[in-house]
Design a protein around this ligand. Structure first.
Ligand code: GDP
Length: 445
């Protein structure tokens, strides 16, 4: 799910990486590409429109950031807006003050209600609750039996009309289940209701009757994320019919485009509460908008790094470094070490540098140095005399041997460090895109 969207967004962002700053034309082009990506992923048009309007407005008015370059800022904005359309905060179940809490499931046949009932029951049980499953889907042949099977797998009892009692009245079953729950001290009742292949008046009325009989604390609309645009129409029909408090997305393990899932919250104003992604009872989770947005952007690491960069970025240190470079002062081994230490503070080196304009090559340099190596590099540099650090050109063969001995490494390692330093020095001179936040350089507005 969401792979195509992820891929497309990643492409959009990577084309921004080389930009020092974003012009209005850049922002418009980026917005256009994001729009196409969303539409192709099946996101509903009104949602796309609002989304793009937000992105444009925020990108144009983006505050000058010390820590983030334009590409990172766009990623940050898109991420925040995705979280926004997915509902912002994680919405939890509204537990009743006096038990039992009543949850009612509604949705089309095949949406995954019965499976979800089992998943929900299993999860609630693991959270220390004592749920009761209620078979109020008396429409579909075998629905009761299916619920009994999932109930058994979840280790949760099922309340169902007695066999042989005829079809029974689902409203009555639901009502009696509440008494049973009180009697047997279940603190949560999960009512599985009937669905049809399409929305119809009779089914909706039945759901309304059940709702009125048991006044659920939360009605959950269960929707198959694979059905595309139709999900939005169905959601609207249920909203106008029985109404609901939250949405459950099922079949997120499918390979559909998933945009409908992104639209439901925006179109109905109801939060997505749970996600179901497989046939096993464990394939279930509380829905966290921020995590889902991270998954869609496929940039979990980058987003964390952006956060860290904002926290760890030492503005003053960067400023000093910048001034040095701008004044054409020598970029020394001391600076090299200082830079590496700063980069290390930011976390996984390679990912972060890849996001900075013009830093691709530096990344290749630095990513050859992992954290353990960094200590050795620091030791080597500290074994040099101040003169050598300031002017590494004077480090000849005998000096290399002395430094290697002093820092407990091989001459080869000293050589490789010196070579890398010269490469870095060369790059510092060429680097016109600059590090984010460098005054007077294109990286800053
Ligand atoms: P109901 O008619 O709404 O009660 O839907 P069911 O619970 O019977 O589910 C319909 C079909 O979808 C069944 O074959 C389920 O095994 C399958 N199903 C339900 N949830 C998921 C899911 O998250 N992922 C996948 N792949 N299949 C699911």
């Amino acid at each position: 799910m969401f792979e195509t969207l992820s891929d497309r967004l990643t492409t959009v962002f990577s084309s921004l990486r080389s930009k020092g700053r974003l012009s209005e034309a850049d922002i418009n082009a980026t917005a256009r590409e994001i729009r196409v990506a969303l539409l192709e992923a099946d996101v509903a048009l009104p949602v796309v429109k609002d989304f793009i309007a937000q992105i444009k407005e925020r990108a144009a008015g983006a505050e000058v950031s010390q820590a983030l370059n334009p590409a990172q800022q766009v990623v940050k904005i898109v991420n925040e807006e995705l979280i926004n359309i997915l509902g912002g905060e994680t919405r939890r179940i509204r537990f009743a003050k006096t038990p039992p809490t009543v949850l009612m499931l509604a949705g089309l046949q095949g949406a995954g209600k019965t499976t979800l009932a089992g998943k929900l029951a299993r999860w609630l049980k693991s959270e220390g609750h004592a749920p009761l499953l209620v078979a109020a889907d008396l429409q579909r042949p075998n629905a009761v039996q299916q619920l009994q099977v999932v109930g058994e797998r979840a280790g949760v009892p099922v309340f169902a009309p007695e066999p042989g009692s005829g079809v029974g009245d689902p409203v009555n079953v639901a009502r009696r289940s509440i008494e049973q729950a009180k009697h047997a001290q279940h603190d949560i009742v999960i009512i599985d209701t009937a669905g049809r292949l399409g929305v119809d008046a009779e089914m909706m009325q039945q759901a309304i009757d059940i709702r009125d009989a048991v006044t659920p604390d939360d009605i959950l609309f269960v929707v198959d994320a694979m059905v595309g645009q139709d999900a939005v129409n169905t959601a609207q029909a249920f909203m106008e019919g029985v109404g609901f408090d939250g949405v459950v997305l099922t079949k997120l393990d499918g390979d559909a485009r998933g945009g409908a899932a992104l639209s439901v919250r925006h179109v109905t104003g109801r939060p997505i509460m749970f996600a179901s992604m497989g046939e096993k009872l464990e394939d279930f989770s509380v829905f966290h908008p921020d995590r889902m947005a991270g998954r869609i952007l496929d940039m979990g690491d980058i987003l964390t790094l952006i956060e860290q960069a904002e926290q760890a970025f030492d503005a003053q240190q960067a400023e000093e470094m910048t001034q040095k470079v701008l004044k054409g002062e020598n970029f020394t081994l001391e600076d090299f070490l200082e830079q590496m230490m700063m980069i290390r503070k930011l976390g996984p080196i390679g990912n972060l540098l890849g996001m900075m304009p013009g830093m691709g090559q530096v990344r290749d340099q630095v990513s050859q140095i992992d954290d353990k190596d960094l200590d050795r590099v620091a030791a080597i540099i500290r074994s040099m005399t101040p003169g050598e650090r300031a002017n590494p050109k004077i480090i000849n063969g005998s000096r290399r041997a002395r430094i290697a001995k002093g820092s407990g490494v091989t001459v080869g390692e000293v050589n490789s460090l010196v070579t890398r330093f010269f490469d870095a020095q060369k790059m510092m001179r060429q680097m016109t895109a600059g590090m984010p936040g460098m005054p007077g350089m294109p990286g800053r507005r």
